[in-house]
Design a protein around this ligand. Structure first.
Ligand code: PLP
Length: 296
C-alpha cells in the first residue's frame, strides 16, 4: 500500500504590500490537504510510513513539544493507517489541547523532562526505546532526516502542476517557514537550483537549521532569513495584528509560530526591495493550524 497524497490547492495571494511592490504571490495550501494530517507533515511522514509498512513495524515513535504539529499528525496517521504510536515529549506532563488530542488518537506519551529531551541528538538516544518497543519505526524530531526531505519533493510537483490555472508561465522563487529546515531542504533538492527557495527561520539562528539544510541539500539554491522575532514560539502584538490583517484580506488562516512569522518576514523583505517588480513567488502554507489553540 502507498500513502496517497491529496492535492494542495495553489491560490492567488492578494495583499496590498505585495501589490505595492509589483510582486505576485500564490499560496500553496498544504493546510487544506487533510483535516488531521495537515500541512508539510503529510509530505515529511510519507516515506517514514512506507518504511514502517515495509518493515512490518507494529508502531511509530517520535518526539516533540506539547503543542507539536508533528506529533499531532503522527498520532492521526498512526490511527488511520493502523500503527500504534508513542510520543516522547519535551518537559513535564502538561495538559494542552494538543496533548489531549494525542491521547484521544491513541498515542502513548512519555515525558522526558527538559534534560532528557536535550539528549535526543546523542548517539544511543534511541537504544532504550528500541529495546522497549522492538521493531518499531523511530522518526527524528519534526519528521526530519533524508526521508522527510525526500517526501517534500512532491510539494514542488504539486505546485508546478497548477501554474497554468493561475496563468503563470513559471515562477521565480519559493518562500516558506523553516523549523528544522527539512521541508526547505526537500524543495531545494527537487528544484536542483532552478528556483531559489527562501526559508524564514521560525527559530533563532543558533538552532542549527543552516547545518541541517547543508547536510540534507548542500549549500546552494536557497537563502535563510531571520524571522523568529525574539525566539521560537514567541508572539507579539504586531505579529498578531499583521496576521489578522492578512486573514482579513485573503481569507486564508495563518498560525503565528510558522506561517504568520514567515509571511511577516516576507513583507519585510518585499518592502526592503529583495524582489524586483514582476517577481512571482510561491508561499507554502505549511499548516499547523491546530497549534493555534496553544496561544489563543
Ligand atoms: C506549521 C509548520 N510549518 C513549518 C514547519 C517547519 O518545517 P521544517 O521542520 O520541515 O522546517 C513546522 C514544523 O516544524 C510546522 O509545524
Amino acid at each position: 500500500m502507498t500513502f496517497e497524497l491529496p492535492q494542495a490547492p495553489l491560490q492567488s495571494l492578494n495583499l496590498p504590500w505585495l501589490q505595492a511592490a509589483g510582486v505576485e504571490a500564490a499560496v500553496l495550501r498544504l493546510d487544506l490537504i487533510d483535516p488531521l494530517i495537515s500541512g508539510n507533515k503529510w509530505f515529511k511522514l510519507r516515506h517514514h510510513l512506507d518504511r514502517a509498512r515495509q518493515s512490518g513495524a507494529p508502531g511509530l515513535i517520535s518526539l516533540g513539544g506539547n503543542h507539536s504539529n508533528h506529533l499531532h499528525a503522527l498520532a492521526a496517521a498512526g490511527k488511520r493507517f493502523g500503527f500504534a504510536t508513542v510520543g516522547l515529549l519535551r518537559g513535564h506532563a502538561q495538559d494542552t489541547p494538543t496533548v489531549r488530542d494525542l491521547q484521544a488518537l491513541g498515542m502513548e506519551l512519555h515525558w522526558l523532562g527538559y534534560g532528557g529531551y536535550r539528549e535526543r541528538h546523542q548517539a544511543g538516544f534511541w537504544e532504550p526505546w528500541q529495546a522497549r518497543f522492538p521493531g518499531w519505526h523511530c522518526i527524528p524530531e519534526g519528521g526530519g532526516g533524508p526521508a522527510g526531505a525526500q517526501g517534500c519533493a512532491l510539494i514542488v510537483e504539486q505546485a508546478r502542476a497548477q501554474l497554468a490555472a493561475l496563468a503563470w508561465p513559471d515562477y521565480h522563487a519559493w518562500w516558506l517557514a523553516a523549523g528544522t529546515g527539512t521541508t526547505l531542504a526537500g524543495l531545494v533538492l527537487a528544484e536542483r537550483g532552478a528556483h531559489t527557495v527562501h526559508g524564514a527561520l521560525a527559530v533563532p539562528a543558533n538552532h542549527g537549521v543552516a547545518q541541517t539544510v547543508e547536510v540534507l541539500a548542500g549549500s546552494a539554491g536557497y537563502q535563510l532569513h531571520a524571522a523568529c522575532r525574539g525566539g521560537f514560539a514567541k508572539v507579539d502584538d504586531e505579529l498578531m495584528a499583521f496576521i489578522a490583517d492578512c486573514e482579513g484580506h485573503t481569507g486564508v488562516p495563518f498560525e503565528a509560530l510558522y506561517t504568520g512569522k514567515a509571511l511577516l518576514a516576507l513583507r519585510e523583505q518585499v518592502e526592503a526591495g529583495l524582489f524586483a517588480a514582476g517577481t512571482r513567488l510561491i508561499f507554502v502554507h505549511t499548516g499547523g493550524l491546530q497549534g493555534r489553540r496553544g496561544y489563543l
